[in-house]
Each structure stands twice: as C-alpha cells, then as structure tokens.
Design a protein around this ligand. Sequence first.
Ligand code: SF4
Length: 431
Amino acid sequence: MRLNYDQLDIIKEKMGVDKLWSFSKISTYDQCSWLYKLKYIDKIKSRGDNCYTYFGSIAHELIQDFYEDKIKFEEMISKFEDKVLEWQMLDDPKLKFSTDKERDGYIENLRHYFKNVQTVPYKITNEQPVLAIFEGLEKYVFQGYLDSEFLDDEGNLVILDYKTSSISGFSGKQLFKKARQLIIYAIGISQHGRMINGEMRQFPLDKIRIRYDMQKYCNVSFIQKNGKTKTTKAERRQWVAHLANQLRKDLEGVSKDIEKLEKEIGKLKRKSNMKKTTPEEAEGYSVSIGEIQEQIESMKDNLYDPMQINEMIEKATLENSLAVFPKFIQDKYTVENCYIDVELTDEVIEEAREAIISLLDDITVKSKENDKDQAFNRSRIENSESFYCVNLCDMKDHCTFYKEFKEHNTMFVAKNDQPSDDELLAMLGLG
Ligand code: SF4
C-alpha cells in the first residue's frame, strides 16, 4: 500500500514537520554527499533503473505476488523467465550488466530461487507503511515501507527484507550498518504499534525481529563426522560446486569407513578366539561381527572408484543437483533459504540511532548553508570506490567528479598505451 501526496501531507501536519525522511535519502548522503546534492537539492531527475534495480524490483514483486496469492508457486519461475525475455528484447544499454559472466550468474541465481525458495509458513503482509521519529537538531520523521512482515509462533513481529545484492557486507560490524533501514523500521514499530488483522498491537523492540532473505544465495547444511551440523552459504547457481570437496570426501570416505569396520571385525575375531573367552562372550562377538558385516555389505553399494567419483562430481556440478549421487549423500545435505538475522540488542539499536541522527543533523546543517556546492563537496573518486560510481550511480552523467575521474582514467590508459622509447625506435626501424 503506497501513500499518496495528500496522505503524506496529513502525516506531516499531524507530526508537526514540514518534510518526511526516507531511508534512501540518508543512505544517498552516506554514500556520497555530492550525489545527495544532485538528487535532493538540485532535484535532477534520475536516469532511472540500472540492471540491479530493474531485476531487484522484479524479484520483490514475484515473491510478494506469491504471498498475496496473486500467483502460484510454479508461476514465479515462468513469470521470471518472461521478465528475462522482456529485458532481453528491451536491449536497453542502461540496463546492461557490466560483464556477460555477471549477467548469467545473477540470472541463474534468481532462477534457482524462484524454483526452490522455501516459503514462509506464516501469513505475510507486504508493503505496509511505517513511521519512525528521531530527535536531533530537529524532529525527524521517517516514512518507509516494509517488504514483508509476519507474526511468528512466539508472537514476534518479523520484518523480512528481500535482497538481490551481493552478500558481502552482510556480516560482522558492516551488517549493522547495512541493517540501519530495518532498524529504523523496527524503532518505528516499537513507537507506533502495528495493525495486525485489523487490531492495533504494541511490539516492544525485544518482540521485533529483522531478517534478510538473500535471494541469490542459499544455506547448505550437513552433519559432520563429529556429529555437529555445519552450515555454509553458497551462490544458488553453484551450490553443488561450492561443496565439491566435501562431496568428494564423503564418497572417498566410504572405503576408509569399510576398512575401519573390517579392522573392528578382526579385533572381535581375535577376542572371540582367546582362551579366556567364555562361550557366551563368543556368541556375543559373533552377533556383533554379523551386524558389522551387514553394515559393510550395505556400504559396498556406495563404493565408487576415483574415476566414477570424478564423473559424478562433474555431472552434479554441471546440473547443480545431487540427483546423480547415492541416497546417503542426498540425505546428508539440506538446502535452505539464506536468511541473515540481525540481533536487535540495546547496543545495536543505540549505535544505529546515533548514526542516523548524526547523518540527519549533518544534512540539515549543510542544507541551510548558502553555498551548497561547498557544503556538499567531496573528495575526488578513488579507484577503490569507483564501482558504485561506474555501475550504480544514476547521477554520474551530471557529476563533475565522475567526469574528472573518467578523464583521469582515459589519460592514464592513453599514457599506458604509449610505447616506450625503445619500442618507438623499434617501430620506426631504428632500434
Ligand atoms: S558518480 Fe560517484 S561521485 Fe558522482 S555523484 Fe555519483 S556517487 Fe557521487
């Protein structure tokens, strides 16, 4: 449910503020102060989607449509394929991926998601508005929308956000920065409550959970020899390849396990033949030997030579499926959605609140200065941060820093293209 201008005006009036903040505004400023100036001060119209925002919206829409019963599970993949075709037909240079490899990988990951995603077993609500209030130099009122939300069995309100981006940065300290948007929403819900099935309910922060569904990835779990479960994250399109070493170990381990059991039989036989062994004990050993032999016989079905193992791993990697493997391997691995949960401790919430207020105060002070160019100035673009400028920034065509960066790089490339003195003499036949 998207609010219209009149509804937003009513909120502003009720809250006693002249503007509402969105998370994208502060994250834009946090990304680049100049970008903020171009977008929100100069109000230059964005040049629209790039490939990531384009497919990101599609991925959100399809899963949300499924939860709203607009489409069936099997329709998600067919609709996704239609969208891929549509995008190919558009052949829009603005929607191109930086490389073919990146394009194929991205699309293949999402294909896997729409074929295999495990759906949430609770009633999901999508795109509900939320307000959050922060007090800094001014009163700041945020307005945003939650991708999805649901009430779990323990009465927690879970905020679920879909991400088609890379998983990098979604761990350690960086995760808390990434999670600021959802933390704002959680704070907002704790301030104003939430309408659940037509009834307004209050949720303190310890009853709110925030969770990302990293759509391009999956969690693969398996039981290790020590009995503990190990979970690893992998890109969906190549999760089998990601586990190739582990799979090889499992298959090669069968002959080693049989050897161990054979040794065990040897030991039991020796014990059974000892003089001091009573007939009852000998009977017991014989039963155990029989059981182990049976175990060995069943394990022999899973015995493969190195060539066969290689072939199976190659096929499984190619098909990104365990179908080619024996049942004991298929049963060992579980593939689940790659959820990333952010624990809302007091410390995490306070840190986010301080960072958000500090960004808002910064923007407020700078916006009041007469010389906006000076106020929102930034340093030149370094190569290390250029990925965003080159691939994601929708204002780069209006950006003087980007222009300089491109000129500098062109010069650098041109310089590198220059032959050395020796090469030049050689070229001219004077070397
Ligand atoms: S191109 Fe880079 S420096 Fe320029 S506005 Fe965009 S993010 Fe900022």
